[in-house]
Design a protein around this ligand. Structure first.
Ligand SMILES: Cc1cc2nc3c(=O)[nH]c(=O)nc-3n(C[C@H](O)[C@H](O)[C@H](O)COP(=O)(O)OP(=O)(O)OC[C@H]3O[C@@H](n4cnc5c(N)ncnc54)[C@H](O)[C@@H]3O)c2cc1C
Length: 454
């Protein structure tokens, strides 16, 4: 099978953490030896003006080019503010420098309302884990020490180590097969429907530089431009048969929008409490969820040498429930730089989700103990978006009346259309979602390949 991969962004040089680190350490001296440095800093200041939203993401400062230009790519959050952190570059947000690279499976508990069980997903999770080089591991010495410290305050919650992986450059792997052609800086605006066959007949694209429109053809279309963006493309694909978006006979497209309710805290463990003999090892631990709706806490710290205060970050991610009124739709007036209608994101947290914020805060605060300080990051007025785990707007299901996709990520209505990103999710879980997106994609592709061979 031959694949044409369309991407709105450029193919950038792989982000180098070492280069970024050297720049942050020696940045102030670089102007003396690097003639273009002042100009580069000026461009960075200008970028800040064009990225008022993106620049709030923790990873922006290290790799601003990885994020979109907010002025070219507007959107509106109507009911409550939302920060949509996103990339237009080959590799997407996985190619952002300082990406978390934490990959976790969903369990049967999170998949309860899904048309696919953890057992069915298991071989696809395993296949993706092999590809990205993920493997379970034991706690290191510092993690064992932190685990003891933390578990005294959270006695019912066993901490497990997280395996971080250097996710590969998936696009390079795909190109190396010789079956894939990449077209960068090609913005997908909509899908055309063939009224006779009721299949996608063409993909409408716009050249990012020249703004020229054209059509691209293929037997099947896999849409995976990220949750909100894929939904935008689908909603913008209107025809006499589907005036509210291609395949949207059920009216569920754009509904059940979810993010995770995110709370962050910094913990300071004074040097006096820290054993000086601890080696300089990173801490990456996870407390799985325990409640309904649940939340999971990631416990992390960098390498630390010698008797210094230890700073531990606690990132808690709470489950948001799927409610049809939380919705992504097209704006009637606002368009992006390429003339494509922008989206309106219309969501409200329910009372139980509001309560989940306080619950997570009090759970994290339990670590406060004498001279161990816990400082919560202001979350009461922090908009949703900081988990960067948005999902749910083209949900899969067993019933075409209540879902947009069938259990194999295929449109119920339009048989050659597949959507394989977070928009297919039925619930949000509290885990980082990318491994599940990749496993669903692997499963959908395996199904297509086996049926085309049969
Ligand atoms: C800093 C950061 C840290 C993160 N850490 C983690 C983590 O530790 N674990 C985890 O599971 N998740 C993490 N996430 C979230 C994770 O990156 C996303 O869940 C994941 O990237 C979603 O994959 P995607 O392919 O659906 O979307 P994206 O990664 O956003 O990719 C979308 C792709 O589509 C292209 N595109 C967009 N619009 C169009 C269009 N109109 N036409 C053509 N192409 C288009 C883009 O250029 C891009 O290549 C993190 C995100 C960020 C920003």
């Amino acid at each position: 099978m031959k694949v044409l991969l369309l991407d709105a962004g450029p193919r950038r040089r792989r982000f180098s953490p070492l280069r970024a680190r050297l720049q942050s350490i020696f940045g102030s001296y670089l102007g003396l030896i690097w003639p273009g440095y002042a100009e580069r800093q000026k461009r960075r200041r200008e970028r800040l003006l064009r990225q008022p939203i993106q620049s709030r993401c923790y990873a922006w400062a290290g790799d601003p080019e990885a994020f979109v230009d907010d002025l070219d790519n507007p959107y509106v959050a109507t009911a409550a503010p939302f920060h949509w952190f996103r990339s237009r570059q080959v590799g997407g947000r996985l190619a952002v420098g300082s990406h978390g690279r934490r990959f976790m499976r969903f369990t049967d508990h999170e998949l309860e309302q899904w048309p696919v069980s953890a057992h069915e997903l298991a071989p696809h999770y395993a296949s993706v884990e092999r590809l990205i080089g993920w493997a379970p591991r034991e706690c290191n010495v510092v993690e064992r020490w932190v685990k003891k410290l933390v578990e005294r305050k959270w006695p019912q919650h066993g901490l497990v180590p997280i395996s971080k992986v250097a996710a590969p450059d998936f696009v390079a792997l795909a190109l190396a097969t010789g079956h894939v052609t990449l077209q960068c800086e090609t913005v997908v605006s909509h899908l055309e429907l063939d009224a006779d066959s009721n299949e996608v007949s063409a993909v409408g694209v716009i050249d990012a530089a020249t703004h020229r429109s054209r059509e691209v053809f293929g037997r099947r279309v896999f849409l995976c431009a990220s949750t909100i963006e894929s939904t935008r493309v689908l909603l913008n694909s209107r025809s006499a048969r589907y005036p509210d978006g291609i395949g949207n006979a059920s009216g569920v497209l754009g509904r059940h929008f979810m993010e995770q309710v995110h709370v962050f805290a910094n913990v300071r463990v004074p040097a006096s409490k820290r054993h000086a003999w601890l080696p300089p090892q990173r801490v990456e631990l996870f407390v799985p969820a325990h409640d309904e709706p649940g939340f999971g806490v990631q416990v992390m710290s960098g390498r630390l040498l010698g008797p210094r205060d230890m700073k531990i970050g606690l990132a808690s991610f709470g489950e948001m429930l799927p409610r049809p009124e939380n919705q992504v739709r097209l704006s009637a007036i606002m368009k992006d730089r390429w003339g494509v209608p922008a989206v309106e994101i219309d969501y409200r947290l329910s009372d139980s989700e509001q309560a989940l914020v306080s619950e997570q805060q009090s759970f994290l605060s339990r670590l406060q103990d004498g001279d161990i300080e816990v400082q919560l990051e202001g979350t009461a007025d922090k908009p949703l978006g900081y988990a960067i785990h948005e999902v749910g707007t083209a949900r899969m299901g067993d019933d075409p009346k209540t879902s947009f996709l069938d259990p194999y990520n295929r449109s119920w209505e339009v048989p050659n259309l597949f959507v394989t990103d977070g928009s297919a999710f039925v619930t949000s879980g509290y885990q980082n979602p990318t491994l599940t997106m990749l496993a669903l994609t692997d499963r959908a592709c395996t199904k297509v390949l086996s049926s085309s061979r049969a």
